[in-house]
Write a protein that binds this ligand. Structure first.
Ligand SMILES: [Zn+2]
Length: 254
């Protein structure tokens, strides 16, 4: 009997958005990082890929842990800036939807995401991205994401993903390791495990200067989370958010 390798779609949008900075345009994204389909895999295989390190990290970890068929959809990324131009977000999500529709049956989706994006109109485009992933595979196939330590996790993101793995270092040096962790969780989910989730939003907004992870209160919080890791608790992600600099508008859902 032959077992069909799981087909896992890969997609993502990365932007750390500051509401007070000038708009991040579609041209900014396209000049920085924009790859679709096979071009994603070709770029990821280069010695120094011009894309978030999570993508090659996830691919390498999936390659190392069994058979699978990567289904590259679209990755785009830009340096931190102002809110993303709404038309670019709308076009990109529509293009992702089209490529996902054309991809055929999928067994799971990996979302590579910064997690602190706003657009010029939508306050939660990351949530839109996760909801698209969930809508595509339905309730019974896994959606696993990685995010920056400065992510603003929305209810929509938490509801849509089976697992959200956040960086544990600031300055950030563990992108590939966290993507490998996401791959391990994807393997467990593909094997039939399902995780209960808990999303706890603490009533604090830490000043960015306190968020280094070598020592201090934030390092202690991450260490405390990791202290609880055991076979039955495979993941504790602690994110700090970017709220103080992020969204002064009353309509903001965060
Ligand atoms: Zn960050």
């Amino acid at each position: 009997m032959t077992i069909t390798p799981p087909r896992i779609a890969i997609l993502g949008i990365h932007l750390e958005a500051n509401a007070f900075a000038p708009t991040t345009t579609g041209a900014d994204f396209r000049e920085s990082c924009y790859f679709e389909g096979e071009a994603m895999l070709a770029e990821a295989a280069k010695p120094a890929p011009a894309m978030p390190a999570e993508i090659p990290g996830f691919i390498a970890a999936m390659n190392a842990t069994g058979t699978w068929e990567p289904v590259p959809i679209l990755i785009t990324s830009c340096e931190p800036g102002g809110p993303a131009e709404q038309a670019f977000i709308d076009e990109t999500l529509a293009r992702m939807r089209q490529l996902l529709d054309e991809a055929g049956p999928l067994d799971g989706i990996y979302v590579s995401n910064h997690g602190a994006m706003i657009a010029t109109e939508d306050t939660d485009p990351d949530g839109e991205l996760y909801a698209l992933a969930r809508e595509t595979v339905g309730p019974h196939h896994p959606v696993v994401a990685t995010v920056d330590l400065h992510a603003n996790i929305s209810v929509r993101m938490a509801d849509s993903a089976d697992a959200i793995v956040s960086y544990r270092t600031n300055p950030h040096v563990d992108q590939a390791e966290r993507a490998a962790e996401a791959a391990q969780l994807m393997r467990r989910l593909l094997a039939g495990e399902r995780f209960d989730k808990s999303f706890i939003r603490l009533p604090i907004a830490a000043p960015p200067v306190t968020l280094l992870t070598a020592h201090g209160a934030y390092a202690d919080m991450i260490t405390e989370g990791q202290r609880h890791i055991e076979p039955d608790i495979p993941l504790v992600s602690v994110v700090a958010g970017l709220r103080l600099r992020m969204c002064p508008r009353p309509a903001c859902r965060f």
